[in-house]
Design a protein around this ligand. Structure first.
Ligand code: SF4
Length: 284
């Protein structure tokens, strides 16, 4: 980072990426071009999420949306809307604290200058990452001076059956009160954000192992980068090559079984040097 580079901000999506894997967070921020990018299915899901979000807004009549993508402008507009007692709810409000930025689906005005936070998900149940999501939002809002009366998740009611021609949002959503659980996660969030900023300041991505977390809760966009596909000429495909021979070849830096006119076969070279083909290949 140079002197003129703006400081890195952690948004909700980056934070969630970092909760899955710190290497993923690093790559998302510094080397996004190495990932697979968004698929058509991702765009469908994003559109679906927006539709569900708009439907949820019908439950808060008189609510006003913050319609700018510019973060500073969005924070300023949000502050103005919150200060206006005539506004019962704010959609997509933006808050920033200490280089951490969030946008909140719904903030509903309650008594005594308090607010109800509602995160809307186009999922049919509560998942672990939803908790991290709302806890992260509460963390930023409470540090931005917003008094939160409660924290809720609105998700799709899988029992809902469409009876007319329009969807009834009161039946379509189920609300879960996550206030206490979001509160319990606050100390852990401080720790996680500290590690995330530390990793983002590193000169290169941390060397972390792959594992089940690479496909859970979502398939990481850097899966191919961390698990490059094995080429067809890889020594692992040589028939009857035993494990110790493979190890020897790997130690010699031999990865390909291909023989070029200028090179002798690595298999033969190794066999000649050890004097035994039988050492290389499993007995049948
Ligand atoms: S593929 Fe796995 S290890 Fe690699 S960045 Fe993604 S989650 Fe992390």
């Amino acid at each position: 980072m140079t002197e003129n580079t703006p400081p890195i901000t952690i948004t909700k999506s980056k934070f969630i990426a970092g909760c899955q894997c710190l290497k993923r967070l690093y790559l998302v921020v510094h080397e996004p071009q190495r990932g697979t990018g968004k698929t058509a299915a991702d765009f469908v899901l994003m559109n679906q999420g927006r539709e569900v979000g708009r439907l949820a807004q019908q439950l808060f009549p008189g609510g006003v949306s913050v319609r700018t993508g510019n973060p500073e402008e969005a924070v300023r507009l949000t502050r103005e809307l919150l200060a206006n007692p005539g506004i019962p709810a704010v959609f997509e409000g933006a808050f920033e604290h200490d280089r951490v930025l969030v946008r909140v689906d719904v903030l509903q005005r309650r008594k005594e200058d308090q607010w109800r936070l509602v995160e809307v998900k186009s999922a049919s149940d509560l998942k672990e990452q939803h908790l991290e999501d709302v806890a992260f939002q509460s963390y930023v809002l409470s540090r931005s001076g917003v008094k939160l009366a409660s924290v809720w998740l609105a998700h799709i009611n899988r029992e809902y059956v469409l009876t007319g021609t329009t969807v009834d949002p009161r039946q379509f959503f189920l609300f879960r009160n996550l206030t206490r659980r979001a509160q319990n996660l606050q100390p852990e969030l401080t720790f996680r954000l500290r590690s995330q900023f530390r990793v983002l300041a590193m000169p290169k991505a941390p060397d972390l192992p792959t594992g089940p977390h690479c496909v859970n809760p979502v398939t990481c966009e850097f899966l191919n980068l961390c698990n490059p596909p094995i080429p067809n000429d890889h020594i692992g495909y040589i028939p009857r090559l035993n494990a110790s021979a493979m190890e020897q070849l790997e130690e010699m830096g031999v990865k390909s079984s291909r023989v070029t006119p200028n090179h002798r076969s690595p298999i033969r070279t190794n066999a000649q040097s050890t004097g035994s083909v039988g050492n290389l290949f499993s007995e049948r």
